[in-house]
Design a binder for this molecule. Structure first.
Ligand code: GLN
Length: 487
């Protein structure tokens, strides 16, 4: 079997057996990037020499008989919102053009101690704001299944890189669906862990009460392996939770007997594409055939999730992005008359249109006259959304739903209609508001050969349950085995 297209687990076995070296694996992926990324445009930065040097060091460690970390020489792509020491981290913004962090994010340290090779930094919506990766200041990433279509966003570069076999594993971030949505559109596995499961230290903040880093992989076992490497307590993130990390890569293979799967009646309503609905329902049939129990549940406040999210996330963003003042970080305007003018010129030039829209929305929602009516009200409804889930999880183990109302839309299709773009997040953002883990896995294809994702949500810190449930589906289906031909 060739290196390209192997699952992370298969490749790791070959690395461990010595059939393949990390230099060979890394070179194969770098070649795939050189061949395909001109069309897909998933990467913002690839440092060939640096990647090979890391791979060589890992091979030497293995030859010396030293024990290796659990990623044992596998290449991993990293979303460009995660700080990498000595390597550019731009958040796909002009504001951070040329910014080279002096330190690694916690997850990058984890990748390094797990003996991963950092193969490159991936494209995204600017500061992770968007659902299509069209808001990047640098390039538009294309969906490897259909280059006219979006890979989803905001982690579109990471999802497209895995889908197009330019990396076996990648990191994304999910503030309001940004791992799960692109995973669904690109036909790969993507997981948002519980809020607090993975340290946010060194992640450039968007919505700090929502942001989580998580894995992309070309199968569920790969996501389990990468999550195991990332998860765990870090004292540098005050919201990181000190609770034991299961060995996801081992337990993922254990099926769950009699798992109770909830489906929310609010999730199957008008606006849901027929092919998406039938794939999700066919997915539920697969589970039934495995002995799962399917139960109808209700999430009555989920209809407010988009509205609540688009108050909370921009409010937090407007505060987080205040640091880009042209002094502490990033771009500074060349021409200005006085200090205030320098701030506004630097910010006016450095931020793109969507980021400015979010800052204005957030500043408005937090302003003295409107705080109670918007921000405070949104926080109260956020609590009700969480309560709905707590209630539902009294009678079911996981909740299944579509990941998005339609398969990948065309590039440019929603750019003039921000509200329609925001609605593509309708199935994903409740999990962020409630802090819950969620996984998206390939569950079908539309007639025109676009992937369709299935989302599973679980109670806090039940990633293991989600991975095991997802893996059961994968063992019965072959959607995850199909790969696009990028042309
Ligand atoms: N589409 C959402 C937004 O624009 C999701 C972003 C994310 O998860 N990073 O805010």
């Amino acid at each position: 079997m060739s290196i390209i297209g192997a699952t992370a687990g298969e490749l790791l076995q070959r690395l461990e057996r010595g059939d393949v070296s990390s230099v060979e694996a890394t070179t194969a992926y770098l070649d795939a990037i050189a061949l395909n990324d001109g069309r897909v445009k998933a990467f913002l930065h690839v440092d060939w020499d640096h990647a090979i040097a890391q791979a060589r060091a890992i091979d030497e460690k293995r030859q010396r008989g030293e024990s290796l970390g659990i990623l044992g020489g596998l290449p991993v792509a990293v979303k460009d919102v995660v700080c990498t020491q000595g390597q550019p981290t731009t958040c796909a913004s002009k504001m951070l053009k040329g910014f080279v962090p002096p330190y690694d994010a916690h997850v990058v340290t984890r990748l390094k101690t797990s003996d991963a090779v950092l193969i490159g930094k991936t494209n995204m919506d600017e500061f992770a704001m968007g659902s299509s990766t069209e808001n990047s200041a640098y390039q538009v990433t294309r969906n490897p299944w259909d280059l006219e279509r979006t890979p989803g966003g905001s982690s579109g570069g990471s999802a497209a890189a895995v889908a197009a076999s330019m990396a076996p594993l990648a990191l994304g971030t999910d503030t309001g669906g940004s791992i799960r949505l692109p995973a669904g559109y690109c036909g790969v596995v993507g997981m948002k862990p519980t809020y607090g499961r993975v340290s946010r230290f060194g992640l450039v903040a968007y919505g700090s009460s929502l942001d989580q880093i998580g894995p992309f992989a070309n199968d569920v076992a790969g996501a389990a392996l990468l999550l195991e490497a990332l998860a765990g307590y870090d004292r540098r993130d005050s919201t990181s939770v000190d609770t034991p990390v299961p060995q996801y890569s081992r337990t993922v293979e254990e099926p769950l007997a009699g798992v109770r799967i909830g489906i929310a009646k609010e999730h199957f309503v008008s606006g849901l594409d027929r092919e998406v609905e039938s794939s999700v329902r066919a997915g539920l049939d697969v589970y039934k055939s495995l002995g799962a129990e399917i139960k109808e549940i209700s999430l009555p406040h989920s209809k407010y999730a988009v509205a609540v999210y688009y108050i909370v996330a921009p409010s937090e963003a407007s505060s987080n992005l205040a640091r880009y003042d042209g002094v502490h970080y990033g771009h500074r305007a060349a021409q200005f008359d006085n200090m205030i003018d320098m701030y506004s010129a630097s910010r006016g030039e450095g931020f793109g249109a969507e980021v400015k829209r979010r800052i204005m929305l957030g500043t408005y929602a937090l302003s003295a006259g409107y705080y109670d009516a918007y921000y405070l009200k949104a926080l109260k409804v956020r609590r009700l959304i969480r309560n709905d889930f707590d209630e539902a999880f009294k009678s079911v183990d996981v909740i299944a739903s579509p990941v998005a109302p339609t398969p990948a839309f065309k590039i440019g299709e929603l750019m003039d209609d921000p509200l329609a773009m925001y609605l593509s997040d309708i199935y994903t953002i409740s999990a962020n508001l409630a802090g819950l883990p969620g996984i998206c896995l390939p569950a079908g294809f539309s007639r025109n050969n676009l992937p369709i994702g299935l989302q599973l949500l679980g109670p806090p810190f039940e990633e293991e349950r989600l991975l095991r449930t997802a893996r059961m589906f994968e063992c019965e289906t072959d959607f995850h085995k199909r790969r696009p031909t990028v042309e």
